[in-house]
Design a protein around this ligand. Structure first.
Ligand SMILES: N[C@@H](CCC(=O)N[C@@H](CS)C(=O)NCC(=O)O)C(=O)O
Length: 80
């Protein structure tokens, strides 16, 4: 479903998309427009800023959280 074979992916009728933040925006636009009001550029800009920043944080976050949940070994530099 996701073009790179990753989770998450989503199917909603004929729509199939991946990328967590794209899914969040899609769900908000379709099912709760007040959560992503496309006529309020400033609000959507702040939401996009948070979503896109999360993608950067996620890379560092996953290196610590994935090992804690047993999905990958902890890197030595985090054990010292
Ligand atoms: N930028 C993607 C990151 C997705 C991602 O890294 N998913 C992980 C699980 S949380 C995954 O599928 N890892 C397995 C792989 O990359 O093969 C998003 O926000 O959806």
């Amino acid at each position: 479903m996701h073009a790179y074979g990753q989770m998450p992916g989503m199917t909603d009728g004929d729509v199939k998309i991946g990328e967590s933040t794209a899914i969040l925006r899609y769900v908000a636009m379709k099912y709760n427009q007040s959560a992503y009001p496309v006529d309020d550029e400033a609000r959507c800009g702040r939401i996009d800023y948070a979503c896109d920043s999360w993608s950067r944080v996620y890379k560092a976050f996953s290196k610590v959280v994935y090992p804690i949940f047993g999905f990958m070994p902890m890197r030595a530099r985090f054990l010292a």
